[in-house]
Design a protein around this ligand. Structure first.
Ligand code: PLA
Length: 442
């Protein structure tokens, strides 16, 4: 019968043998994905731990306490504790929506051309010789993380030295990004817990003995998690050492404008390295300074010796990007381009950015004063000395666990707190928690 034949074909397709007399099926070789068996092909998969930073938000979201406070991820909040969309971003978005000529076509593999040019100008300066000489290639990437990853993948394929030296400590995602891209991660001394400052001697020694040509990851400003940056003179010494040893600088610029409140001042270390004519990479993020966290807007720039090399490097960056995500998203980069292109919007942005930086600085002062008022044992002056979004408190993991359990304060286990998540209203609660954590064991 025709219907029996059709059922037979289907049954063979499903790996089932049919008994046409009784029309019953007996599974002979159910494929593991067929659903006929109880076991999952993934049953051996073990549960991975939450991310040390983003997992703090997961735990925070589960806590029903009305006094809970998330100081984990570096995300800016207003003094009312609310996420902030910059006014200038709203304006730019309105312009984009009103412009009916805008379409949703794919961007080129390298992203929005205007955005790339303006991003290079923002980090290197409008009068940068490297830009004028056409020896910078800039590609739009998925925020800071994506820019680091694309840069690292490029280096793993095309640079002669696989070793990348990263500061100890550094942003927790750095070693993972670089290792997975195929680089081999080493650390250099950076922070001295005893002085809560820069271990400058250790840094010079470690970079001085780095393998020849090694890549060196540098935080352009507002070092995460320590809040400790080299002074201009120390930067100059670092530059001389890096250049004299033929090391390759890779800047991570995730906080331009957040350290000092000035976009130009915060870019000085990068510009110092461009001015000497040498080559380098920079990963830029607009997550923090434009508050575009979820839009994933960033850029990777590679400053090359000459325009010819830059062109060839760009052609290879396209080969890295195309199989990874094909091309980047259009909306966030368009917002940035609108703001950077228009003098009025740009000025408005710098004012809003300065206000965010100032609010963080005022939180430092308030927290410091609150601990002093409580007579909390210890020297807390690092809270006002450190720079950028975070305070590296020096609290240990047990003290952090105590503060989370007893005070519902969520922060990373290394004792880092996001000052941007704090407000005048929540400072007393945090100060109580720190005081209790410090005096409890004493
Ligand atoms: N580089 C550094 C030094 C960072 O601190 C961060 C973000 C990034 C790059 C990547 O940011 P982006 O991809 O969003 O542009 N660090 C955050 C968030 C703010 C995070 O961990 O993802 C932090 O809390 O440390």
């Amino acid at each position: 019968m025709a219907s029996d034949r059709r059922i037979g074909v289907l049954a063979r397709h499903l790996g089932v043998e049919m008994d046409f007399e009784s029309h019953t099926a007996t599974a002979i070789s159910a494929s593991p994905t067929s659903g006929f068996q109880g076991n999952s092909v993934f049953s051996h998969v073990v549960r991975a731990p939450e991310d040390p930073i983003l997992g703090v938000t997961v735990a925070y979201n589960k806590d029903p306490s009305p006094v809970k406070l998330n100081l984990g991820v570096g995300a800016y909040r207003t003094d009312e504790g609310k996420p902030l969309v910059l006014n200038v971003v709203r304006k730019a978005e309105q312009q984009l929506v009103n412009d009916r000529s805008r379409v949703k076509e794919y961007l080129p593999i390298t992203g929005l051309a205007d955005f790339n040019k303006l991003s290079a100008k923002l980090i290197f300066g409008a009068d940068s010789p490297a830009i004028q000489e056409n020896r910078v290639t800039t590609v739009q990437c998925l925020s800071g993380t994506g820019s680091l990853r694309v840069g690292a993948e490029f280096l793993a394929r095309h640079y002669h030295q696989r070793t990348i030296c990263i500061p100890q400590p550094t942003w927790g995602n750095h070693p993972k990004v670089f290792t997975l891209a195929g680089l081999s991660v080493k650390t250099y001394r950076y922070y001295d817990p005893a002085t809560r400052g820069l271990n400058f001697q250790g840094l010079l020694e470690d970079l001085g003995s780095a393998p020849s040509g090694a890549i060196v990851l540098l935080h352009a400003c507002a070092h995460n998690p320590t809040g400790v940056d080299p002074t201009p003179q120390q930067w100059e010494n670092i530059r001389q050492l890096i250049r004299s040893k033929g090391l390759l600088p890779f800047f991570d610029s995730a906080y331009q404008g957040f350290a000092s409140g000035s976009l130009d001042s915060d870019a000085q270390p990068v510009r110092m390295f461009v001015a000497d004519g040498g080559e380098l990479l920079v990963a830029q993020s607009y997550a923090k300074n434009m508050g575009l966290y979820g839009e994933r807007v960033g850029a990777l720039s590679i400053v090359c010796r000459n325009a010819d090399v830059a062109g060839r490097v760009e052609s290879q960056l396209k080969l890295v990007i195309r199989p990874m995500y094909s091309n980047p998203p259009i909306h966030g980069a368009s917002i940035v381009a609108v703001i950077l292109k228009d003098r009025n919007l740009y000025n408005e942005w710098t004012i809003e950015l300065k206000a965010m930086a100032d609010r963080i600085i005022s939180m430092r002062r308030q927290l410091f004063d609150a601990l002093r008022a409580r007579g909390t044992p210890g020297d807390w002056s690092h809270i006002i000395k450190q720079i950028g979004m975070f305070t590296f408190t020096g609290l240990n993991s047990e003290q952090v666990a105590f503060m989370t359990k007893e005070y519902h304060i969520y922060m990373t286990y290394d004792g880092r707190i996001s000052m941007a998540g704090l407000s005048s209203k929540t400072v007393p609660h945090l100060a109580d928690a720190i005081h209790a954590a410090v005096t409890r064991a004493a």
